[in-house]
Design a protein around this ligand. Structure first.
Ligand code: AMP
Ligand code: MG
Length: 352
């Protein structure tokens, strides 16, 4: 009788141990997804979400990701006086400036995108960005002669890179590099890399609309990214026929990047005229052929640079460029009042 009770007790305890073990093993294999929320980095909002096999690991990944975004900002910001890029901007006309391999790599990539886009993407655009920024502040149209003189200080062929010495030189006085069209994308790729090294199983990094999604999110089949209609007030109806019918276009992404460029959030008004923060170096004025464009690509750097380039190129040349590239798709919104939607051939497979 006593033996029997002992057996029952033993069986009971053993059963509880089994349940606890199954719970612990289950907990360990099921990833935990943490949303790190939004923080201000690079003058814009950044958000990181990570899935890892523990909450602690996910949080460590998020901190490392934000730290990487900040590190790249301190290297490539053109408004922080102590950044490496600012040193180049101050000194590169006087003498060749030795730079880090990392900054040199981005400058080389920027020139590659200038060549690819026939000069639509051009990081030497700084003086024109400044000119229109000041014009917006004072609300006064710059003189034609001032525009022409500023344009003469712009052009990627005036940027001299020495790959042996790892130096940068300006051919013309008054040049200024602006990595605003590519640095965020690069920083997103780098943050993703670091988080993967730290054990992130899946995640999403968004820096000012430059987004990369990797792995499978917890409790969902794929990452869903809402793209804001660049002209909400004017074209809600058009976007309302996007599949989710919410006034947003929703993209499904896994191990893919997306970037959106447009004049809908950042522009200046000069004499009642809207001037985009994206400059067409051919006209020396704001890009105005597209209200917005969204690029889907394998890296955030590529999506970022191409979204800026296509915004300048406009619907025909922009679409032709994207169709010529493997693994890249686009959704273009043409300038108002039409606000037509143009998609590349493979874009639909990423739209929910
Ligand atoms: P994005 O939002 O990625 O299209 O980048 C726009 C930012 O890139 C602007 O705010 C400028 O800092 C910079 N930029 C403006 N025009 C150009 C251009 N034609 N090529 C490259 N960068 C540009
Ligand atoms: Mg860009």
């Amino acid at each position: 009788m006593k033996d029997n009770r002992q057996q029952i007790l033993f069986g009971f305890v053993f059963g509880i141990c089994l349940v606890v073990a199954a719970f612990l093993i289950g907990r360990r294999t099921r990833p935990v997804q943490i949303d790190g929320g939004y923080r201000v980095v690079m003058g814009t909002f950044a958000r990181i979400v990570v899935a890892a096999d523990s909450e602690r690991k996910a949080r460590d990944c998020i901190e490392a990701g934000f730290e990487e975004l900040r590190r790249i900002d301190s290297l490539m910001s053109d408004y922080k006086a102590d950044s490496e890029l600012s040193k180049v901007n101050r000194e590169a006309f006087g003498h060749p400036v030795k730079v880090s391999n990392e900054l040199f790599g981005i400058l080389q990539k920027s020139i590659d995108f200038s060549r690819l886009s026939n000069g639509a993407f051009d990081i030497t655009v700084g003086p024109l960005v400044d000119l229109w920024h000041k014009a917006g502040e004072t609300n006064s149209m710059p003189d034609e002669s001032v525009i022409a003189a500023t344009k003469a200080r712009v052009g990627y062929e005036k940027l001299i890179l020495d790959a042996n010495a790892i130096t940068v030189r300006f051919a013309v006085d008054g040049m200024r590099l602006d990595l605003g069209g590519i640095a965020k994308g690069y920083s997103v790729d780098m943050a993703v890399e670091i988080m993967k090294q730290k054990g992130a199983i899946a995640g999403m990094v968004d820096s000012g609309g430059n987004i990369y999604c990797f792995g499978k999110p917890v409790d969902k089949d794929t990452w869903l990214v809402g793209v804001q209609d660049p002209n909400i007030a004017d074209s809600v109806e058009r976007i309302a026929d996007s599949p989710d019918g919410s006034g947003w276009m929703v993209l499904k992404l896994m191990d893919y990047a997306v970037a959106t460029s447009g004049d809908y959030r950042r522009f200046v008004t000069v004499g009642g005229k809207k001037v985009s923060h994206i400059i067409d170096t051919n006209t020396a004025g704001g890009a105005n052929k597209l209200a917005g464009d969204t690029i889907i690509a394998k890296t955030a750097l590529e999506a970022d640079a191409l979204s800026t380039a296509v915004n300048v190129l406009g619907p025909e040349k922009g679409l032709a460029l994207i169709e010529s590239l493997a693994g890249v798709e686009c959704i273009l919104i043409t300038a108002g009042p039409e606000f037509g939607v143009i998609k590349s051939k493979g874009a639909d497979s990423y739209i929910k």
